[in-house]
Ligand binder design. Sequence first.
Ligand code: ATP
Length: 419
Amino acid sequence: MSENINLTGKINERLPAELVRLIEAIGAIASHQDQHLYLIGGAVRDLLLERETFDLDLAVDGDAIAPAQLLANTTQGRLTVHTRFKTANLRWKEWRIDLAAIRSETYDRPGALPKVKPGSLADDLFRRDFTINAMAVQLSPGRYGDLIDPYGGREDLEQGLIHVLHDKSFADDATRIWRALRYEQRLGFRLEPATLELLNRDIAMLDTISGDRIRHELELILREPYPEKVFLRADELQVLPRLQPGLKGNNWLSERFEQARQVSSPTPPPASLYLPLLTYTLTAEQVEQMIARLKLPKSLSQTLRGTCELKSEIASLAAPDIKPSHIYDLLHSYSPAAITAVSLAVDSPETSRNIRQYLARLRYIKPALTGEDLKSTGLAPGPRISDILTRLRAARMDGEVTNRAGEEKLVREWLRKDT
Ligand code: ATP
């Protein structure tokens, strides 16, 4: 029998007093209606690990909307109610508080979304991914703060193990394979040996997962402080090639992700910088397969395509004496995201320097003369004007001209030669 653990002290230490007060009040109200309120999942894990958390999942064995409304009225937070799912979500300061009715889930077939129905707390916890996420804390008076841990989550936390709750877990929902690696690497844990065996057994089930769900898991990975750790591990366990053959989790990727963090600092890199680095090793065809598999949004897809295309053209950017206008010609049709990714991915310091020069300076250079100015000299509107403006911009970049008077002189020379 497990000892009785009470987390009141940790709750008071780690949650703001105002929020604790409210939770106590909601717990008391629920209890008047013969209902119980619980804190569930990741926040319980993080309380035990003494890690920071701003996501609270509250569950009640009854109606979740009324307590959420109370929480919203008293905190002045922003409440969103999903009547269909009988859940509510409250944003208050940096906190995200989800309230849901306790429920259980069954899967009709592997990879399908689960069917949801009311159930007991143990059922609710049983639908979770891993034992460390399948604990709850009682928030009703009387047993306030008591840890509920039917599946041995606390022991796995102590031993640093990611452990599924039952043998069909990965087959029911193979996104849990990616989730296992994400938690393992985030927390510095290991997969529990039987869980590792199940992962190997069910790895093919990853193919049953919809693009939207896999993409969501990938987005969560990219929001981790060190996403490359997850990709290294996914490579080792053959999970990465299941996503797309040709992807590599290795030292090269780790170094590039680290550089991406440096150039993006103080904010973490967006997916539009991490992803083209991840897909840098892919052929154009593989990039298309990955875009289709993950149903990537348009602009991100364009960034991945652009990166791949640019990769095949950058050899000439390595020349030390390349003219700035030539750098501009090579790069200007690509998105800044694709160009930044390539600048981090390339091995040649010359290329990288030339690309940085484009991003920092060349792309902003414009001639002093405008189309209007040229028209006022008597030039007819048409392609000739844009051709002259392009040549002027190149002359500016290459230092052949530095001011408006110089540009006027150049244009006069060009026009004289052309006539
Ligand atoms: P956490 O909130 O655990 O730190 P997160 O915010 O990165 O992690 P989410 O994807 O928001 O993770 O998951 C929140 C909780 O929902 C998890 O603690 C987990 O128990 C549960 N959960 C999410 N996805 C699944 C799934 N596919 N199968 C089972 N449980 C899941």
